[in-house]
Design a protein around this ligand. Structure first.
Ligand SMILES: Nc1ncnc2c1ncn2[C@@H]1O[C@H](COP(=O)(O)OP(=O)(O)OP(=O)(O)O)[C@@H](O)[C@H]1O
Ligand SMILES: O=P(O)(O)OC[C@@]1(O)O[C@H](CO)[C@@H](O)[C@@H]1O
Length: 309
């Protein structure tokens, strides 16, 4: 079973507006409120693909309860620690006239005891898990090396870990040599401190990450596709151009879900890359996790071009 961990879930409130005018009164056309947080999104996509998944992490307050209710209705296996701190709310502003998305994410907060309880829960679940996904930011109250403790637990149990996080948390995580990381272009550039302009830069960047000891590095680049590399292969996948039907928020999570499912099924490396990229692009085209389907993923996969770099 795949297990996803979200230390910092969120209620995502997407505000649709024609065009934002800062400093003025802005009237909203529509508001969509959905449960979010990267690990929870990853679990939803895995569940939508019909695979066995359990999602855990830390939830609190009415916002946390709303997420629990949502997951229960979806029949998604969930087992979260209850915190005294309310789960955060993240604002996504979608300017429909120019297709621009602005994200305003709260920091979130949990206690050290919440984390200790989660650590214990995860330890128990390692007996039934065979792939762990840890995704998203680390809330206030915990240090930037928090994921490292969890990765060590998984390593002791010989269970591979996928980590999707950014900034200092990603820097820390690298010290623990997780099995797979998936920064986006911005996150990768931030970490190496240089712009990735061409295929030569891409290759140098993946080599940097592989030299840190990760087995697989995936760098997602939005509409430009993604790079998938391990010690033997380095593929640049160009995904087909699709119109964004709703949002691209969650595209990275769909890709991580695809990676987890494909790894779990022991697919060959090239297949893993194609499947993960196809799920992500299908999500962007369809706009909702519950619309993802095998037929669309297959069609998208056929349109992907692969270049060895
Ligand atoms: N406009 C697009 N057209 C086609 N495919 C896209 C587009 N945007 C994203 N994708 C697909 O989704 C993948 C992940 O996108 P992206 O790099 O934006 O992830 P991300 O920044 O981690 O996303 P998020 O954090 O919002 O979930 C891309 O590699 C690509 O396969
Ligand atoms: O603040 P973090 O934890 O880095 O990211 C949280 C978040 O932006 O990621 C998901 C999309 O990937 C959203 O559901 C959620 O709001």
């Amino acid at each position: 079973m795949i297990i996803t961990v979200t230390l910092n879930p969120a209620i995502d409130k997407t505000i649709m507006i024609d065009r934002l005018t800062p400093g003025k009164l802005n009237r909203v056309k529509e508001v969509i409120t959905l449960p979010g947080g990267k690990g929870i999104n990853v679990a939803q996509v895995i569940h939508q693909m019909g695979e066995n998944v359990l999602t855990t992490g830390i939830l609190g307050g009415n916002t946390g309860d709303a997420i629990k209710t949502f997951l229960r209705k979806k029949k998604l296996k969930a087992d979260f620690i209850s915190s005294n701190y309310a789960t955060r709310q993240n604002i996504k502003i979608l300017e429909t006239s120019i297709s621009r998305e602005t994200e305003i994410n709260e920091p979130g907060k949990v206690s050290k005891n919440d984390f200790k309880a989660l650590e214990k829960k995860l330890r128990d679940y390692l007996a039934v898990g065979n792939l762990i996904v840890m995704a998203g930011s680390i809330p206030h109250g915990l240090s930037s090396n928090t994921y490292n403790h969890l990765i060590r637990l998984c390593k002791e149990a010989e269970i591979p870990v996928i980590v999707d996080t950014s900034g200092n948390n990603l820097k820390e995580v690298l010290k623990e040599q997780p099995f797979l990381i998936k920064p986006n272009l911005h996150e990768a550039q931030e970490l190496i401190g240089e712009e990735i302009k061409n295929e030569k830069d891409m290759k140098e960047t993946v080599n940097y990450f592989l030299a840190q000891g990760v087995e697989i590095i995936v760098i997602s680049m939005g509409a430009r596709g993604a790079i998938f590399a391990n010690k033997k292969n380095c593929y640049y996948l160009k995904t087909p151009q699709v119109s964004i039907s709703n949002t691209t928020v969650g595209a990275g999570d769909s890709m991580v879900a695809g990676l987890a499912v494909a790894l779990q099924k022991n697919m060959p490396f090239k297949e893993i890359a194609c499947y993960a990229a196809a799920i992500a692009t299908s999500y962007v085209k369809l706009g909702k996790i519950e619309l993802l389907n095998k037929e669309m993923i297959k069609k998208t996969k056929e349109k992907i071009t692969i270049k060895i770099i």
